[in-house]
Design a protein around this ligand. Sequence first.
Ligand code: GLY
Length: 438
Amino acid sequence: MRFLLVGGGGREHAIGEALVRGGAELYVVSKHRNPGLLRLARGYGLAKETDVGKVLDYAEKFGVELAFIGPEAPLERGIVDVLEENGIPVVGPSREAAKLETDKAFARAFMERNEIPGRKAFRVFSDVTEMRSWIDDLGKPVVVKPIGLTGGKGVKVVGYQLRDNDEAKAYAEELIRKDGRVLIEERTDGVEFTLQVFTDGKKVVPMPLVQDYPHAYEDDKGPITGGMGSYSCANGLLPFVSREDHEKALETLKATIEAMRKEGTPYRGILYGQFMLSKDGPVLIEYNARFGDPEAMNVLPLLRTSLIEIAEGIVDGNLRGAEFEKKATVVKYLAPRGYPTNPVKGVKVEVDEEAIAETGAKLYYSSIDENFTLLGSRVIAVVGIAEILEEAERRTQSAIGHVKGELFYRRDVGTGESVEKRIRLMKELGKDFEPNPC
Ligand code: GLY
């Protein structure tokens, strides 16, 4: 089957690999030539993923039978609607359904009117005085969010990027002046985790839970990035997420899919829930309308069911299920020095792929071109897979030594110490639990 994959990051390299593993003839459109995808693809079109007209031209030129959309920006431009209007079925939500990610005010209001579990207090403001007095009345630390897509960089939280609610008010005022509106939410304390599901609009099929490390530097310090690494456990849970809390998070996503269908905007594709595990259970921080990056690289290498079969089930409305190998994974992203604020660009890196293969780790390319030149965002992800987390982390670490260049990464992703830190944090918040093995 001829597949068009839109996007050229590490996430898309993992999607492309899973499609080819299932027997797909792969064609790719992205804004740079990803060296990993270049080897997998029969045809490669260079275009901005948001240039829907060009993507459609390539889809027609390649004669694809199905398309898979990696990133969120083309979803916001209605790429799914356009391809489908032209007879190409797509794994990914329509422009309206993707608003769960692309319009944060829509997402919160949708949760409220449908009484989706895992809600939190929020308001959307266009009036500065009302915003200031709501924050005062709430009397709790807040989170300030731009309404639209910001590549994860516009959200600011009191206690992290903002000192106190006064700074939050000033930042919110700035956003109102710039965008006309701002979303304010109460802050939820806890530990974040990711639950991704496949859905055909009715059936919801969960993938193993993943924990992402969004901060740029060790010990969860520094600016927020797209994610510097992530891990998952063989049992599909996380050390601090009980089966019961996992069920609650899944309930949030199932209720979401059900309500989207009832509202006449059925959601098909991959739905990603970013949850905060609070002392009282999981609270939804945000939806994403696609796989996570790096989280796709934790789950896709473990997928036993053919991704083609899953993709066909999603577009035909008869998704059956998905089986995953019961293994732990650790992904570490290498990023250019200075990322995310002032990344080194235009210099080459050396990758000894053979030596990496000998360590047993996998490699996914991202913001790097076919000449191995840095393009400014996260460059290469290394993925260790093993029976237990400790061994998966060791494999990732031993592979990283075979990549040379002006790069940095977080040594602490998936280490025993960093997992312990998260368990400790949950206990300090008053959650009484026995950690799951990982
Ligand atoms: N890793 C976070 C995201 O993909 O949005």
